[in-house]
Design a protein around this ligand. Sequence first.
Ligand code: DAH
Length: 336
Amino acid sequence: MPVLDALTEYEQQALDAIQSAADPQQIEAVRVEFLGKKKGRLKELQSVLGKVTAEERPVVGRRFNEIKNRVQSAWEQKRDQLARPATAAAAIDVTLPGVTLPVGSRHPIAQTIDEFKEIMGRLGFSVADGPEIEDERHNFEALNIPLDHPARDPLDNFYLATAGRTSDRPLLLRSQTSTVQIRVMEQTAPPVRIVSLGRVYRPDAIDATHSCMFHQMEGLMVDRGITMADLKTVLRLFATAYFGDDVHVRFRPSFFPFTEPSVEVDMAWGDGWLEIGGAGMVDPNVLRAVGYDPEEVTGFAFGLGVERFAMRRFAISDERGIRHFYDNDVRFLQQF
Ligand code: DAH
């Protein structure tokens, strides 16, 4: 039957053409020629098919469909293959510059804390840690803060009202890192030379210089014969190392229950004095509260605001002030 020969010839030629197509344009040309509906080889075949006799028609029709399906699927396979790059090696150009993945950076306050620890480490101070949830002994009593002192006012502290509390003592979020002085001295005999850096909490109204949570660096040095001259020297060496310039330290008389005498500490670096914290000689009552003998040893202590230093160093002086550190705005944080 010449019709069947024509079908076989069509299939052979179509498969050959599919086989030798080398790119997407060529395989598309093969489709137009061998599978196109409007013109091309398939159209010619259909007109030949129209001429077969009624007995031949079922056989020829089935054969036609088989062949058409085979050609169609061979064509699809080849098209997909040409759409894909031949090998992975061809797909990756190793000479192109790589894609830079976004990498985060440490928070400016975390960076400042690390730098403080490093500087104080050079001055011989080791780092101590204490809990942020405290009891009244460590936040007040052992620090010589009596029950009627305004610093203990529930309105000035975050007392915790936790269900199923494991302790029957009142607990609060520490309002100062001075708590760590007590914790360290309870655990170690003198001499002591530590700093402690961390968060403290106060229900203050939030503005450019106040936050309900901020960071302090507490320092404590207890030994035989420690004086205020040691205190001033350590603070000056610390600030000079941090700001990289000669810093002047000024003491103004003040009062803290846990130091006697007590001072406010100001520093001058470049223009103007900056108030950065409190300090003094450890009160004999505090030394006694932890079992030290005030006739044997003396010590100094200080508490500095970490944000104050960071704001000065990073020149954060606009009206958002300290709030920039806690807004969590990446446009701000990315700058450090
Ligand atoms: N704890 C004080 C505060 O938060 C700061 C302070 C003052 C710490 C004097 C000290 C110190 O160690 O001696 O306001």
